[in-house]
Structure formats: structure tokens, C-alpha cells
Write a protein that binds this ligand. Sequence first.
Ligand SMILES: *[C@@H]1O[C@H](CO)[C@@H](O)[C@H](O)[C@H]1NC(C)=O
Ligand SMILES: *[C@@H]1O[C@H](CO)[C@@H](O)[C@H](O)[C@H]1NC(C)=O
Ligand SMILES: *[C@@H]1O[C@H](CO)[C@@H](O)[C@H](O)[C@H]1NC(C)=O
Ligand SMILES: *[C@@H]1O[C@H](CO)[C@@H](O)[C@H](O)[C@H]1NC(C)=O
Ligand SMILES: *[C@@H]1O[C@H](CO)[C@@H](O)[C@H](O)[C@H]1NC(C)=O
Ligand SMILES: *[C@@H]1O[C@H](CO)[C@@H](O)[C@H](O)[C@H]1NC(C)=O
Ligand SMILES: *[C@@H]1O[C@H](CO)[C@@H](O)[C@H](O)[C@H]1NC(C)=O
Ligand SMILES: *[C@@H]1O[C@H](CO)[C@@H](O)[C@H](O)[C@H]1NC(C)=O
Length: 433
Amino acid sequence: LSFLAGICSALKLTVPSHTIHGIAGQPLHLTVDYNFNATASEIQIIWLFERPQSNPKYLLGSVNQTVVPDLEYQHKFTLIPPNASLMINPLHISDEGNYIVKVNVRGNGTIAASQKIQVAVDVPVTKPIVHTEPSSGVVEYVGNITLKCTVGKGTRVVYQWMKNGKPLHDSPNYTFSSNNATLLIVPVVKEDIGNYSCLVSNPVSAMESEIIAPTIYYGPYGLRVKSDKGLNIGAVFTVDMGEVILFDCSADSNPPNTYSWIQRADNATHVIEYGPHLEVISDKVAQKTIDYMCRAFNNVTGKRDETHFTVVVTSVGLEKLAQKGKSLSSLAVITGISLFLILAMAFLFIWKRYQPHKDQGLITGRHRHFQDMKVLWMILGYMNLSLFLILPVVLGFQVKLFLAQTLCPARIYLVQFMKLFSIFLSSHNRILN
Ligand SMILES: *[C@@H]1O[C@H](CO)[C@@H](O)[C@H](O)[C@H]1NC(C)=O
Ligand SMILES: *[C@@H]1O[C@H](CO)[C@@H](O)[C@H](O)[C@H]1NC(C)=O
Ligand SMILES: *[C@@H]1O[C@H](CO)[C@@H](O)[C@H](O)[C@H]1NC(C)=O
Ligand SMILES: *[C@@H]1O[C@H](CO)[C@@H](O)[C@H](O)[C@H]1NC(C)=O
Ligand SMILES: *[C@@H]1O[C@H](CO)[C@@H](O)[C@H](O)[C@H]1NC(C)=O
Ligand SMILES: *[C@@H]1O[C@H](CO)[C@@H](O)[C@H](O)[C@H]1NC(C)=O
Ligand SMILES: *[C@@H]1O[C@H](CO)[C@@H](O)[C@H](O)[C@H]1NC(C)=O
Ligand SMILES: *[C@@H]1O[C@H](CO)[C@@H](O)[C@H](O)[C@H]1NC(C)=O
């Protein structure tokens, strides 16, 4: 019990934080709390201030309810005893330093406690401004960009560059100044296009600049020619005679490319059109195969790219067939193979039937008749299957069939065919032996 009483009678002085960031020009409360469990005849509170490498200065003190300020700082500091908290109003940059509070309680003897609070004073940052150099656009791989972040007011400013809202990651192309206020991009590439901003902060504030999107000239990249109509395999466009085909040439670049269309004929080339579109009226072309070229030129980067393509003009029917053939090609191939195999089987049958054979004598007429009928039945059965395959090709029913739909029945037919063929072979061999 006496041990507990000893603790309770001790003076406990607490502060919420030993480091406080104050804002210049605003009031600052240095909150202090104390308690003791003894009868006090007198409570004394003393506040001192010390800067590094200087002696502590007396600010003010109190006994019971009576405050005794240092006349020099009278208007700046406020203490309302028995509350030991100190109010500084207004806070100045020069008020930065350590604040020491000491509380003495006289009762049955005197107990004392003290605490130290470190106060840092900061001026809030103002909105930063980013200067870009050069202010006009730069050419990829040729130019450099310098982004300079300046902030009007603020102490202990930390600079952070943002690209598209995210902190900028280190890259071999980036060079930062020692305080990160300047960002240098050498050389500039297309990937550097984005929304840049400068984020400035200090312990009491943070501000972000307006977005800067530097102009970067690049390209042309990814040049390609597209067409709304016609069958296109690689750089060859197969079109119907009499059709009007529109070709589109596009390439990624800044500023937009200028496009030119060049036709090659008899070893000579000549520009036939300017602009991103080319219209070819196939019945007006004399040749059946025409070589074209689309050329994209970026007049700022001075770079150009060109792509060749060939237009093959076919008659109407052929082109339609080619289109059907595209979707039905697998079916047609299977049908072709099947027809060939049927013919081969028929030929084999006829050959076996009429060619004199040394084993012929061993086979009875009845047996042979049975065998002949079996093969004939198989051929008929298989022709039936083939007809199913040929039908859609001939009538053009399934022009828009999906590949899966086409392959599935084809595979079933093939399996059936293989089964039939193996039965045929094994039975045939058995008879021959
Ligand atoms: C402080 O207050 C106590 C009682 O509340 C009193 O006994 C004491 O004399 C006071 N001291 C001074 C210096 O006024
Ligand atoms: C002391 O004063 C501060 C601010 O002036 C206040 O926040 C705190 O609650 C007060 N403490 C007591 C025990 O009244
Ligand atoms: C003061 O201290 C003395 C000796 O330490 C003790 O005998 C006495 O009871 C105390 N009085 C009070 C009011 O705490
Ligand atoms: C870009 O920076 C590189 C390296 O510092 C320098 O050699 C080059 O001349 C600069 N280019 C321009 C356009 O300023
Ligand atoms: C950059 O900002 C503009 C407008 O503020 C926006 O349209 C564009 O999508 C942004 N670009 C990126 C890469 O976030
Ligand atoms: C500059 O920025 C880099 C990363 O963005 C960071 O690691 C570095 O500490 C910063 N330097 C200063 C002085 O702020
Ligand atoms: C096409 O040009 C090449 C080189 O310029 C030349 O060698 C060739 O003889 C020319 N052919 C025709 C058909 O003019
Ligand atoms: C470059 O091309 C753009 C558009 O393609 C055009 O507006 C501009 O006048 C051209 N500049 C020069 C110098 O030819």
C-alpha cells in the first residue's frame, strides 16, 4: 500500500507529442497535462525556450493562479493556470526551437517534473508552376525537354514529379536536379507523352501544379493499308471486276502524316492520289494485277514509311467462289480426297475382279459374288456420304459456316470412312489369303 501511495503522490507530466509542426502566422497550442495525488499548497508552472547553441530563455511562469510573464514576450504567450498548456500566438519562423515546461507542486514537501517539446515552424507551400523548355514541341530522339518546378512560398519544400497522376519512376532518360525541382528528359521518346505535374509538399501542406503535356513529334509508326471490300491475304487484295474499293492508309504519328498513293507500272512509279484514302474502280483498270504503294510522311520529324500492296482483279463468279471457298475450303478438301479414294477403291475392285490371279482358283464363285457385293455396297454407302459433303458446296448453302461447324461433320465422315476402309482391307486380305 505504501508503495502505491508513493507512486500516486508522484507528479506525472505528459505531452501528446514531443515534436510539433506549426504553421507560421497561426496560433499554436503546446498542450501539457499533469496530475498528482497529494494535497498541494502551491502549484508552480514555468515555461522556457531554447534554440540550439543558445541558453534557455524564460518565457513566463505562474504560482497558483498568478501568471508572471517576461515583459518582452508578454503579448505572445498565454498561460491559464492551473492548466499548464501554453499558447503561442502568432507563431513565427523565429519561434522554432525547444520549449521546456516545468511543474512544481508544494505540499508535504515539493515534487517536480519537466518535459521538452520540439517545435518546427513551416510556411505552407503555394501552388507550384511548371516551366517547360522548349515551350514548343520537340522531335523524338532529337530534342530534350526540361521541366522546372517553382514554388512561390514554402519552407522545407520536397519536390515530386508525377506522370499521369503517378509518381515518376526512374528511367535512364530522366535526370533530376539535386532537390528534384528540375526534370530533364534526354532524349525524348514517344513514350514520354503524358500529363506531367509537380507535387510540392512540406510537413504542413502539399500542392500540385497544373498539368503539363509536352508536345512530342514522332512517327510514322505502324503503317498499314486496309480495305472495306475484297479478299485480303497479306498485302494482296483480291477484288471483283466492276467493284469500287476504298483503301485506307494509316500510321501513328504526330503531327498527322501526309499520305500519298503511288502506282507502279512498267518499272515506273507515279503518284496517283494524295490523302489517306484511295478509291480504285476495278473496271477502269487495264491490268488484272496492279502494284500500289502508300507512303506516309511526317513533315516535322522528316521521317517516312511506305508499304506495298497488290490488287488482283477477278471476274465476279470467281471472286464469289473464292469467298465461299474460304469458308468451305476444309469441307471441299475432304470431299476431294473422298472422291479420289472412292475412285481408287472402284478401280481396285475392278482390277481385282477382272485381273487373272493365281489364287483365283481357290475362291469359289459364290464367295467372290459375296465379296463383290460387299465392296459394291461399301462404295455406294460411301458415295452417299460424299453426296452429303458435296451438296452444300454445290448449292452454296453454307457460305457463312464457321470453321468449327465445318470441321466437326468432316471429321465424323473421315472417321467413318477410315473404319469402312479398314473393314474393306481386312476382309479383302482374308479372302486373298
Ligand atoms: C496557493 O493556494 C493555496 C491553497 O489553494 C494557498 O494555501 C497558498 O498560500 C497559495 N499560494 C500563493 C503564493 O498564493
Ligand atoms: C488546457 O488548455 C488546452 C488549450 O488551451 C485545452 O485543450 C485543454 O483541454 C486544457 N486542459 C484542461 C485540463 O483543462
Ligand atoms: C507529511 O509528511 C509526514 C512525514 O513524511 C507525514 O507524517 C504526514 O502525514 C504528511 N502529511 C500529509 C498531509 O500528507
Ligand atoms: C540534348 O541533350 C544532349 C545531352 O545533354 C545534348 O547533346 C543535345 O545537344 C541536346 N539537344 C538539344 C536539342 O538541346
Ligand atoms: C491527360 O489529360 C487529358 C485532359 O486532362 C486527358 O484527356 C488525357 O486522357 C490525359 N492523358 C493521360 C495519358 O492520362
Ligand atoms: C528525388 O526523387 C527521388 C525519387 O523520385 C527520391 O528518391 C529522392 O529522395 C528525391 N530527392 C530529394 C532531395 O527530394
Ligand atoms: C527496270 O529498272 C531496272 C533498274 O532501274 C532496270 O535494270 C530494268 O532493265 C528495268 N526494266 C524494264 C522492263 O524497264
Ligand atoms: C505539315 O503537315 C501538316 C498536316 O499534315 C500541315 O498542316 C502543315 O502545314 C505541314 N507543314 C509544313 C511545314 O509543310
